[in-house]
Design a binder for this molecule. Structure first.
Ligand code: HAX
Length: 427
């Protein structure tokens, strides 16, 4: 049975060959054009990146290596990481190997805790996480090998080393931040008997008598793991990595992007919206009350958090997965009931308003209510959970980028006066 590294070593030459011949035969084919609106508009819709780990067809939502995410909801995050990297789900033995390898790497250097302890007590947990990851940069095997002059075709090997170590360490750091930042008491050590999701859940230290929170953590880590490579966190990780900055630099940078309210931070804003509703109406609002509240919210110039997406044009299947979890485990919780009601009413309001291209819920619309249900009430922490999961996808993407020798990212910018001249010059 080949190890993960051996498996990749066997796949990579074929992948390189495939890309080489595509470039040789079709390198000049145009796959996208850029309009003036797109140049000013966040490059929305411009096809200028290649991502093989996952795809997001607007009418289907997330496919990980071609598999709809709805079919992966009962898998372990480790299985999904293997899938992201290799394109195949691991068999029993490969999974056993990967679990054992990751468990061996569950060690966070002591200096990380010292740095975190020295930070202001009111630092945002995302700032703490990104600082901790960056602080560990000196552990990078990639940088050490690069400094020694490793050949370019072997870059992916130390990148894989870094990826595995990062993935093993990030949940420990993230759980430590939760306990430290929110006064939850001493850190809880990692339990080598547990898989990543269950271990993360127990290190957070929330009561979980029925093991439901551990299940939620596994699901959470699977659902947020990857979403193509054009989103802010993945594109940033990719860009920084393309300069051959190692994974600690690249991941920390990418997760800084996840900390923004239009990206990962939206999940905390969503729950705030739900709780505001509950407070305002002293419980679950009626349909009409919610409709009016949503209109007032929109008319005051705010966006409805958790709704809309830059790519999707259907209900996010990741939202569906959280909704199904909620229906199974916490259907009596009024907070969850409000999430269900918002799903009934808000898309109609957004369609009536006619601005949002996608009136449907995205991944963030429901997850916070589930976390709240299990006692995680510190909104500021929610994006850290997202980050632990997103690390799986962007680490896999980075290994592949090094394997196929992705060059430094360097698109061309133009000035507004260049555009003015261009659009007024007769063709
Ligand atoms: N509520 C109100 N208005 C919305 C809206 C919403 N949920 N979603 C989009 N719109 C508005 C936009 O603000 C924009 O208005 P202006 O023309 O006045 O600027 C218009 O509809 C067109 O926007 P769009 O093309 O449909 O959306 P974008 O691709 O520009 O933006 C966003 C996509 C996700 C940022 C956007 O839908 C939004 O702000 N949603 C709410 C925040 C949110 O849920 N973010 C999480 C996204 C998922 C994610 O990445 N998680 O990490």
């Amino acid at each position: 049975m080949p190890t993960l590294e051996e498996k990749l070593a066997a796949q990579i030459p074929g992948l390189r060959e495939e890309i080489k011949s595509l470039l040789k035969e079709h390198g000049n084919k145009v796959i996208s054009e850029v309009t003036v609106a797109q140049a000013y508009g966040g490059m929305r819709g411009v096809k200028a990146l290649v991502c093989d780990t996952s795809a997001v067809p607007p009418e289907k939502g997330l496919l990980i290596r071609g598999i709809p995410v709805a079919e992966l909801v009962d898998r372990l995050p480790e299985e999904v990481f293997y899938l992201l990297l290799t394109g195949e789900l691991p068999d029993e033995e490969a999974l056993k190997d990967l679990l054992a390898d990751l468990k061996k790497r569950r060690k966070v250097p002591d200096y990380v805790w010292k740095v975190l302890n020295a930070m202001p007590k009111d630092s945002h947990p995302m700032c703490m996480l990104d600082t901790a990851i960056l602080t560990m940069e000196k552990e990078s095997v990639f940088r050490k090998k690069y400094d020694k002059g490793i050949p370019r075709e072997d870059y992916w090997i130390p990148a894989l080393e870094d990826a595995l170590s990062v993935i093993a360490r990030v949940p420990i750091v993230a759980a430590g931040i939760y306990r430290m930042r929110f006064g939850k008491g001493k850190r809880i050590p990692s339990n080598p008997k547990l898989d990543m999701g269950a271990d993360y859940a127990q290190m957070l230290g929330l009561k979980d008598p029925k093991g439901e929170f551990a299940k939620l953590m596994r699901l959470y880590l699977v659902l947020h793991s990857d979403h193509e490579s054009g989103n802010v966190s993945a594109a940033t990780t990719y860009t920084v990595g393309s300069a051959l900055s190692d994974l600690y630099y690249a991941l920390s940078a990418g997760l800084n992007g996840l900390a923004g309210p239009l990206h990962g931070l939206a999940n905390q804003e969503c729950l705030k919206f739900v709780l505001d509703l509950k407070k305002h109406f002293k419980g679950v609002p009626t349909d009409e009350q919610l409709r009016q509240f949503s209109w007032d919210w929109l008319n005051s110039g705010k966006v409805i958090p958790g709704y809309g997406h830059a790519v999707l044009r259907v209900t996010d299947p990741r939202f569906d997965a959280f909704l199904n979890f909620g229906k199974q485990y916490c259907s009596n919780d009024p907070i969850f009931q409000i999430v269900e009601k918002i799903f009934d009413i808000v898309p109609k309001v957004l369609m009536e308003q006619g601005k949002a291209k996608d009136p449907w819920p995205n991944v963030d619309a429901g997850s916070g209510s589930l976390l709240y249900h299990y006692g995680m009430k510190e909104f500021d922490y929610y994006t850290v959970l997202f980050s632990v999961s997103r690390s799986l996808g962007v680490c896999a993407q980075t290994v592949i980028a090094r394997a196929i020798g992705s060059p430094i990212v360097r698109p061309k910018s133009v000035t507004t006066s260049w555009i003015k001249k261009f659009v007024t010059t007769p063709a």
